[in-house]
Design a protein around this ligand. Structure first.
Ligand code: GLA
Length: 719
């Protein structure tokens, strides 16, 4: 049992092997947060509650002058009753915006009830604590899930309208977590298309630090991830709390330091353009927040996220299975291909170990440029004989994958001509374009049904093993006429509609492997990972840029979720030329594949591909199940080095990438991590046998003295 309630002190303790989370019910029925961190004894914690009469403050009538809610650590703060910090929930009861949510019992579930309408992490013993605003008939149920073996707490909330009147929810975050001191910094993942998830560290000052997305997607500009870390926290040491939202739309995370130097962290659905009408008897469910604690730096935090997502989030059918090693035709041909060209690509990879051919954009409707065809999921038979390509692929022993962009429509399409109103728009306004396309209004049943039917028709008619689900523009013009005055529900309803599509198509075709994509990594989040075991990490395939992108992405997402391809040079995104071997080494730190014209490669080059695929296969188990150690941060050093270590520590793989050659430069010494001190390891590349302790403390001298963007790999095999 991991959840305890001490009746005398009215304290809840959530415990896992290395973690305690504690809060109590105070004398007026508010939930007072007590502790979240390394496992401690189950003792009375009331002594830590700070009570003081602060000047120019206020307090609820049942409290004394030294009991203002504004200085309590609060599990579920609301607005207007003396807590002046950011609130977790905000209500509007027909104009009245204040109320008291007080304790009204709890339930413990052996396994977490799944969230309705939204993906979430599976399993874990779960506490549901009920709060009730008696005056207005609002019930809030706070859910806390704990896993015995992982330092993780999951949180989400349900708001239920138990009155006879409708009320509005103006804010519905997933969690609030208060810390007693302010000595923290944030770590966030900012970026842009082609530069996704760059790690950034920010000092906090008094006031509110906030990150968000308003783009209708979880976004490349800011990932739904935030960590708070001690100033001295690094990869290996210091405390870190990581927060990640299982959600694919507009989100926000906030960190606020107030007058008493405490820190409040909150996160959930972005309330920037949000409100929700909750009618009598209805329930609103917030997305799930994942909270990971590490006392040993960002490295341990990441490994806990990876273990959690691999064990409890990603589709169990695929998570541990060998991933397809694809040859994708996008950078080889773009939309300019025919049946013969595609068969030539399939021919060329025979014998290389590549096992899946993916036909990307351009096979349907009038899709010969990106200005036309989206929405028309009908094979363009004038251009390609799809059945022939699929049969040819299968005959050659490869699986076949196909690209879709189910959420979109071009104005120049049969779909738009038939149903112009199906694109998201506000009446009287021409909607904004993105890549010459519009977004389908997934809040509408008939629109979702059309997408399900038309995509299913292709998946039923052809033998398709793999689908790349793309999404190439953010949302604008957020409105749907049927919502009338409830327009602020649009963005969340769009995301719920998207999940319904995913449920129908991913569950409807359970043997098809779905890869996620949004112009590369513009929608890379845990909710997408629930449906798609891997996501195209970035349209940027340049090996050097990928070291930054994959480094940041690995902060919370396991390497098996990063789809990474070797592409041609000069690179199509930035013109950089990097060695073929380095491109392979960097792409092997994820679900690897190829995206270039293999039909134009020489036999020697194809032999190189074969060698790379063999190398990848030899380390695939580490990519799928291993522990990641980030050794060198490319943003801080002229070096990127990552190590993957098997769970039993009997073998490991080290990748070193040195961006710029430095004539007569310093020696490059890399310190392996994660090995067993007293085990002896053989490194074939160096013909060297030493103990783990020696290797980790003395370090390896890496010879990369010539040429920019050089790389090397080393295997560690326990003797
Ligand atoms: C996006 C994807 C690419 C490719 C193109 C096709 O940019 O990220 O990989 O599929 O769309 O239009």
């Amino acid at each position: 049992m991991a959840i305890y309630f001490d009746v005398k002190t009215k304290t809840f303790y959530l415990e896992s092997k290395n973690l305690t989370y504690a809060f109590c019910v105070d004398q007026a029925g508010f939930l007072n947060h007590l502790y979240f961190g390394k496992r401690i004894a189950r003792e009375e914690l009331g002594f830590s509650v700070h009570s003081v009469d602060r000047g120019h403050g206020a307090y609820p009538p049942d409290f004394g002058r030294d009991h203002s809610l504004s200085i309590f650590l609060n599990e579920c703060p609301t607005y207007g009753r003396s807590d002046y910090r950011e609130s977790m929930l905000a209500f509007d009861f027909d104009g009245v915006r204040v109320g008291d949510l007080v304790y009204d019992g709890y339930t413990v579930y052996e396994t977490k009830p799944l969230l309705s309408g939204m993906p979430s992490v599976r399993g874990g013993e779960t506490l549901a604590v009920s709060l009730k605003d008696v005056l207005h008939g609002a019930r809030v149920v706070l859910y806390y899930t704990v896993f015995e073996e992982l330092p993780v707490i999951l949180r989400h909330a349900e708001v239920v309208n138990e009155s006879d009147e409708a009320f509005m929810l103006d804010r519905a975050y997933s969690f609030c977590l208060d810390f007693p001191d302010k000595n923290w910094e944030t770590v966030t993942l900012h970026g842009a298309h082609l530069r996704e998830r760059f790690m950034e560290r920010t000092s906090l000052s008094h006031g509110v630090f906030s990150v968000d997305s308003k783009r209708g997607v979880s976004s490349a500009q800011m990932n739904p991830f935030m960590a708070i870390v001690r100033k001295n926290t690094d990869e290996e040491t210091g405390e870190a709390y990581g927060f990640n939202l299982v959600y694919s739309g507009d989100f926000t995370f906030k960190a606020q330091i107030e007058q008493d130097d405490s820190l409040r962290v909150l996160g959930g659905l972005n309330d920037y353009d949000f409100s929700w009408l909750l009618k009598a008897g209805e329930k609103f469910v917030t997305p799930e927040a994942v909270m990971v604690y590490s006392e040993n730096g960002l490295g341990d935090m990441s490994r806990s996220f990876h273990d959690l997502y691999r064990t409890y989030l990603i589709n169990p059918r695929f998570v541990n299975a060998s991933r397809p090693i694809v040859i994708n035709n996008w950078e080889a041909t773009y939309m300019n291909f025919d049946t013969q060209k595609l068969c030539e690509i399939v021919d060329s990879v025979r014998g290389t170990g590549i096992d899946t051919f993916v036909l990307d954009d351009g096979w349907f409707g009038a899709r010969n440029t990106d200005k036309a065809g989206l929405g028309d999921w009908v094979v363009n038979e004038k251009k390609v004989d799809l059945k022939k390509v699929i049969d040819y692929t299968h005959k050659n022993g490869l699986k076949f994958g196909l690209w879709f962009e189910p959420e979109m429509v071009n104005k120049d399409s049969e779909l738009y001509r038939a149903h112009p109103d199906w694109a998201i728009h506000a009446d009287g306004l021409e909607p904004c374009l993105g890549r010459d396309q519009l977004v389908l209004d997934l809040t509408r049943d008939e629109v979702r049904q059309y997408v399900i039917d038309s995509v299913s028709a292709i998946l039923n008619a052809y033998e398709i093993d793999y689908v790349k689900w793309d999404m190439n523009r953010p949302l604008t013009d957020n409105y749907s006429a049927w919502l009338k005055k409830q327009g602020k529900e649009f963005h969340h309803r769009y995301v719920l509609g998207l999940y319904q599509l995913c449920e129908a198509l991913v569950n409807g075709f359970p043997s098809v492997f779905f890869e996620g994509c949004a112009s590369g990594g513009c929608r890379f989040d845990p909710a997408m990972l629930y449906y798609f075991p891997q996501i195209w990490t970035s349209d940027d395939t340049d090996a050097y840029m990928r070291t930054f992108i994959q480094y940041g992405t690995s902060l919370c997402y396991p390497l098996s979720a990063h789809s990474c391809h070797v592409s041609v040079c000069p690179n199509h995104q930035c013109g950089r030329v990097t060695p073929f071997a380095s491109r392979g080494h960097v792409a092997h730190l994820g679900a690897t594949g190829y995206e270039l014209d293999t039909a134009k490669m020489t036999q020697e080059e194809l032999q190189e591909v074969k060698k790379q695929v063999e190398e990848y296969k030899a380390m695939e188990a580490l990519v799928l199940h291993g522990d990641l150690y980030r050794l060198n941060d490319p943003a801080k050093e002229n070096l990127f080095a990552e190590m993957l270590v098997s769970k039993d520590k009997t073998n490991a793989h080290l990748t070193v990438f040195r961006p710029f050659a430095v004539p007569n430069g310093p020696a490059i010494r890399v310190y392996p991590r994660g090995l067993k001190d007293d085990a002896t390891y053989y490194i074939p590349e160096l013909d060297l046998t030493r103990t783990g302790a020696t290797l980790m403390r003395v370090g390896l001298l890496v010879c990369l003295n010539w040429e920019d963007f050089a790389s090397a790999t080393y295997r560690f095999i326990e003797k």
